[in-house]
Write a protein that binds this ligand. Structure first.
Ligand code: 0A1
Ligand code: ZN
Length: 888
């Protein structure tokens, strides 16, 4: 979009400008005298000038902190003569070779609604220092390549804050006069400031133990508000499983005597890996079947694992600068995905992860916020905790593992730790370790770190002379902001030849760019703009099953005929590709119907598609979770991101139409599978069998279709499920069905849900979210009412995400209504949030950058709202960066 230019421009930070810090800070001793309105922080730094570099010690600071005093080696320093203070820096002049600097600051945690630095949540103190929060606590070189040994003394009123925690191991505690007490924590592992944490409050604790493979007895604690303590058992189990898994999989053991986790309700993200003291959003710790869904349980396990795995990938080896964020995040997401796969169903985990990648990362890569996995510039680093850095970053690691093989990957990990333990390094260092350990040339592969955009591949399957099968594959990488010309990428394509009785095993005479994987699959190594892969001896009826397990994060088009596509759906040994195929066929059908709508023709639905889905449904018992995925409708987001030329109105209408048709045509089967999976889930869960989760998943996919019929029997079943279920999985699925329905008691039941759970914040979040997804005509006024609800709050990020985030990212047909009201609701919320919590405000802006599939009219409406946002006086840096990128 081109509109007039906005002139104020905060400074861009460039990767190319990286320079090492000219001082070492060997130790930092912190003392906190905690009080909500005024906390005093004393920080003693032992500093060493490195080489002959500058004698000016530059420390980062922020506008929400006051400097009370500054001493060098015990001598009080004078402003202007010895140092200069600006809003963002403290510059100390004439620094000798080595010296001790004592900085005393005062901060006001109670007023901190930004939730970075030191703040209060439910009256308890906690910190969030990644990426640049420590500079709001004290003046310090707040950058990840300055590692220091931290010791911390915390003082606070004993009655209000009986629990005092920081990083590392406890090293003393006691009472002080006036009802105060103190605790001392020492962390022996040098760390950057972003891993610092402090918690003080009135918290209950669940304790357990873990004995490491190196013989260390570790105390595990999970701290929460008293009322939530009963919901921590699952998280504790997940923590122990994570510790065990990292020892078994990578030989990595924990390295402190305690591992503390604290759950807080007010948190900008999911959780934070501070050394020895993780701070978590309650959403990723608390789990009880009556208040959390099966999906919530899976997320708790994944996030607990993620933060634990950071202890090695992130903390022991950290990032040199924030451009290297994916070094720790991509790798740690890969590790948590593998952990979850090993704990549950590998294929279902992969299906869900790829779905998430497509929902969040593909649109990011295709719009104004596109950036490489290793970005080259930023204004606000907090805007770069993105699906590209995290999820595409994990795909990049996964591709390396696929290319070099699991054994070499493990060797590469060992080498990486051997070389870099205790230091701050780059993505390049990681790839180098993989290259050296495996002997593979990864030079071209490195493009995955520097080139943005989702590669598009086209696969043409041809029969050659004799028994030759030739796959011609071409690739293009679309241009992205600042990157017009792209080079061909290395794309590992895992594939096999599907036949009615399993994979065809007779393929031979492979061209040199094909590697057999020994399990019926092959690895095709694409390296050029166009490559050919030839096989001999493939059974004539075998159908290529391409990109198995989504071996590369690309968009793929093939010349497979419809017959072959249905063959894959029905017969492929690769379950992942069966789901991919149903998704593709469903989307194709949506687009066909959308074309009929645009041409004012009668809408028709393919009998073949319905029949195939019906057959899959009938065979549900063998793999209920897989069938639930095969049956699931592609989301609105999915439908619009892969559509070409069509209008979103037609696509949304077509999607609805198709969903209803499937519901009607498979009505009987859906009901019967619903009933049998419901009872299977019930009896399995009584036996404590994990399979219950898979049956519930299918049960609720059936329910969502059944709701589309609006039939009497179906409505009855929805209401029964709503009233009778004892698990939140079922209760919430019924609530979601109810919200969309026109069941008479709808409003009353929704109110009932609220009344029953109003004391449980996380369930109230679900209640807001379910209504944000309403397909009702008056959804905009429903949203407005909810924004005025007494439980809605702009200071709690979970609440914002559940109402505004869900509406704008999960309910696209309502958000994109032609009237433009959806855009206005979002812009109003962002403008309000900008003063309260700029980081969250900036994240909320994402949907305003996803206009590339929209018509002109809608683009203009979005442009208007962006302009309004950019016109706000004193607009925060994070929101400025996002809005100006979207507006360009
Ligand atoms: N490193 C954390 C995510 C995180 C990032 C920033 C935060 O505040 C701005 C908080 C958490 C992780 O990957 O789990
Ligand atoms: Zn992480």
């Amino acid at each position: 979009m081109k509109f007039d230019v906005i002139d104020t421009q905060p400074k861009e930070i460039l990767l190319a400008d990286y320079a090492a810090y000219p001082f070492a800070i060997d130790t930092i001793a912190l003392t906190f005298k905690l009080s909500p309105a005024e906390t005093i922080v004393t920080s003693k730094l032992s500093c060493r000038r490195l080489g002959q570099a500058s004698t000016v010690l530059e420390l980062n600071g922020g506008p929400y902190m006051s400097l009370l005093s500054l001493h060098m080696d015990g001598v009080l320093l004078e402003a202007e003569k010895d140092y200069d203070l600006s809003e963002e820096h403290l510059r100390v002049y004439n620094a000798p070779k080595s010296f001790e600097l004592t900085v005393v600051t005062s901060i006001n945690p109670q007023e901190n609604t930004r939730l970075e630095g030191l703040y209060l949540s439910s009256g308890n103190f906690c910190t969030q220092c990644e990426a640049e929060g420590f500079r709001h606590i004290t003046y310090y070189p707040d950058r990840p390549d300055v590692l220091s040994v931290f010791s911390v003394r915390i003082e606070a009123l004993m009655e209000d804050y009986p629990v005092l925690l920081s990083n590392g191991n406890p090293a003393g505690a006691g009472e002080i006069a006036g009802g105060y007490h103190y605790a001392i924590w020492n962390d022996p592992h040098p760390k950057p400031a972003y891993l610092f944490a402090l918690v003080a409050g009135n918290l209950a604790c669940l304790t357990d133990k873990f004995h490491t493979s190196l013989g260390r007895d570790v105390t595990l604690n999970i701290y929460t508000l008293e009322k939530d303590q009963a919901k921590c058992d699952y998280a504790m189990g997940a923590l122990k499983r994570s510790m065990q898994w990292d020892e078994e999989t990578y030989g990595l053991a924990y390295d402190l005597d305690v591992y503390n986790i604290v759950a807080v309700s007010d948190f900008n993200m999911g959780a934070m890996e501070n050394k020895g003291l993780n701070v978590f959003n309650t959403k990723y710790v608390l789990a009880s079947p009556d208040t959390e869904t099966d999906t919530d349980f899976a997320h708790v396990e994944g996030v607990i694992g993620h933060e634990y795995f950071h202890n090695w990938t992130g903390n022991r080896v950290t990032c040199r600068d924030w451009f290297q964020l994916s070094l720790k995040e991509g790798l740690t997401v890969y590790r948590d995905q593998e952990f979850s796969s090993d704990m549950g169903s590998r294929v279902i985990k992969r299906i869900d992860d790829v779905k998430a990648l497509r929902a969040a990362q593909f649109p990011e890569d295709a719009g104004p916020f596109a950036h490489p996995v290793r970005p080259e510039k930023y204004i606000e680093i907090n805007n770069f905790y993105t699906a590209t850095v995290y999820n595409k970053g994990a795909e990049v690691i996964r591709m390396m593992a696929t290319i070099i093989g699991q054994a070499a990957f493990r060797k590469g990990m060992d080498l990486y730790f051997e070389r870099h333990d205790g230091s701050a390094v780059t993505c390049e260092d990681f790839v180098q370790a993989m290259e050296d350990a495996s002997g593979f040339d990864l030079r071209q592969f490195r493009l995955w770190y520097s080139q943005a955009g989702t590669p598009e591949i086209k696969v043409d399957v041809k029969k050659g002379q004799g028994s030759k099968t030739i796959l011609s594959v071409s690739q293009t990488v679309p241009s992205t902001p600042g990157q017009d010309m792209k080079k061909p990428m290395v794309i590992p394509i895992v594939m096999g030849f599907a036949t009615e009785h399993g994979d065809c095993l007779s393929a031979q005479g492979l061209s040199s760019n094909i590697r057999p994987l020994g399990n019926g699959s092959f690895l095709l190594m694409m390296t050029q703009g166009a490559d050919e892969f030839t096989f001999e001896g493939v059974e004539p009826t075998a159908v290529p099953s391409l990109l198995r397990g989504f071996s590369a994060p690309v968009e793929m088009e093939t010349t497979l005929s419809e017959l072959q596509q249905y063959f894959i759906l029905n017969f492929d040994t690769d379950s992942f590709n069966r789901v991919e195929m149903s998704d593709l066929l469903l989307k194709k059908e949506v687009y066909k119907i959308a074309e009929q709508i645009e041409a004012s023709q009668t809408k028709t639905v393919s009998n073949k598609l319905i029949k195939s889905l019906g057959q899959c449904l009938e065979a549900y018992e063998r793999d209920p979770a897989l069938i639930s995925s095969i049956l699931s409708m592609p989301s609105e987001n999915d439908c619009i991101s892969s559509m070409k030329r069509l209008s979103i109105d037609a696509v949304f209408e077509a999607r609805q139409f198709l969903g209803k048709k499937i519901a009607h045509r498979l009505r009987k089967s859906l009901q019967s599978v619903y009933l049998s999976s419901r009872s299977a889930a019930k009896s399995l869960s009584l036996k404590g069998d994990k399979q219950a989760v898979h049956f519930r998943r299918l049960q609720n996919v059936c329910l969502s279709y059944m709701a589309k019929t609006g039939g009497h029997a179906e409505n009855r079943l929805i209401v029964d499920q709503f009233q009778d279920s004892t698990t939140m999985t079922n209760k919430l699925a019924a609530l979601q069905a109810l919200v969309h329905s026109s069941i008479g008691k709808r409003k009353q039941l929704i109110r009932h849900f609220y009344k029953a759970y109003r004391k449980d914040e996380l369930v109230v979040d679900k209640w807001f979210a379910a209504q944000a997804l309403s397909t009702h005509e008056n959804v905009h006024s429903e949203i407005a009412l909810l924004q005025n609800h007494r439980d809605f709050s702009y200071t709690n990020p979970n609440r914002i995400r559940s109402l505004i985030g869900m509406f704008t990212m999960g309910n696209l047909s309502a958000f994109h209504r032609r009237c433009g009201k959806g855009y206005e609701i979002l812009a109003n919320a962002i403008l309000k949030l900008d003063d309260i919590n700029p980081q969250v405000a900036a994240r909320m802006l994402t949907p305003l950058g996803r206009y590339h599939k929209l018509d002109k009219e809608r683009q203009v409406l979005i442009g208007k709202q962006l302009k309004r946002i950019l016109a706000k006086e004193g607009l925060s840096k994070p929101v400025y960066e996002m809005a100006s990128k979207a507006y360009e």
